[in-house]
Write a protein that binds this ligand. Structure first.
Ligand SMILES: Nc1ncnc2c1ncn2[C@@H]1O[C@H](COP(=O)(O)OP(=O)(O)O)[C@@H](O)[C@H]1O
Ligand SMILES: [Mg+2]
Length: 263
């Protein structure tokens, strides 16, 4: 996806402002592209999206629009406060708007010139959009072909404007396979950021890695991610451990040998 033909802007970067993430992305997201943040419930997808919007509006002069199919704005604002961001204040300053609706209604609006989406994005001069979550589009149809078309229409609707979008999607797999809906979205987005729970020494940590990033090299390592009262932090790579992707890493043989030796 993204904007072909917008000459000279093809490689323009949009920093998320999230500590550690922009370096992984070679400076940030691509201007006028869509990035998906994938993960199981509670891994931190909404936190990443809210921070992208908050920092955009407060630090980069890029106003934001949040489209939520999942939570009442009040709940969303409360979640944002717990990671250090005051969305309500941004809204009062005219730097942010939130639309809480159903996927079916929104899909209709986004295809309608001068509809709620167009009006809101113009009123707030939004440069960043956060959609939470694309998984809810599955409520419109279960048919994989139709769903992929709907996701495409939806994201193209967003990209008619000079905005950069972050969207979330729930990991559906239980068996280890991607659902058809997930696979469909993976093809059409420009950047895929995957969040995972990992179990290390019987505690649960969070991991973040970048699976896809169009038009530039990116950090392929699996990084530790933490959620704090000052936002999301992407930290050092998990070193010397295997099996992170299976969610159950064990210390690599060599490290284990060394540990045994020094016991
Ligand atoms: N200040 C904080 N410090 C540590 N963890 C936090 C903080 N605020 C929220 N969290 C954690 O963030 C998680 C929620 O993340 P969220 O982005 O809503 O997940 P998702 O959208 O993937 O379901 C919860 O597990 C919660 O415990
Ligand atoms: Mg969420």
């Amino acid at each position: 996806m993204g904007a072909p033909g917008k000459g000279g802007m093809d490689n323009q970067r949009v920093p998320t402002g999230i500590t550690g993430l922009d370096e992984m992305l070679g400076g940030g997201l691509l201007f006028n592209s869509v990035a998906v943040v994938k993960g199981a419930p509670g891994t931190g997808k909404s936190c990443v999206g809210m921070e992208f919007i908050s920092r955009g509006a407060s630090e980069y002069g890029e106003n934001g629009l949040i489209i939520t199919f999942e939570e009442f704005p009040r709940q969303l604002y409360r979640d944002a406060v717990s990671i250090g961001f005051d969305l309500r204040a941004l809204e009062q300053e005219g730097k942010l708007r939130t639309i809480f609706t159903t996927p079916a209604v929104f899909l209709r609006e986004i295809q309608q010139p001068g509809g709620i989406f167009d009006r809101t994005i113009e009123e707030v001069s939004a440069r960043r959009v956060f959609v939470d979550s694309m998984t809810q589009l599955e409520r419109i149809t279960q048919d994989p072909v139709q769903l992929r078309e709907i996701m495409y229409t939806f994201l193209n609707g967003l990209l008619r404007y000079e905005i950069t979008a972050v969207v979330t999607q729930e990991d559906a797999f239980i068996t280890g396979n991607m659902s058809v809906a997930e696979a469909g979205l993976s093809y059409i987005v420009d950047t895929i950021i995957q969040l995972r729970y990992v179990e290390i020494s019987s505690s649960i940590d969070r991991a973040l890695f970048v699976l896809k990033h169009r038009a530039s090299d990116h950090d392929k390592r699996i990084r530790r991610m933490t959620i704090t009262s000052q936002g999301v932090k992407v930290e050092a790579a998990f070193e010397g451990r295997e099996g992170i992707l299976s969610g159950n890493p064990y210390i690599t043989r060599r490290l284990k040998k060394a540990e045994e030796f020094f016991k």
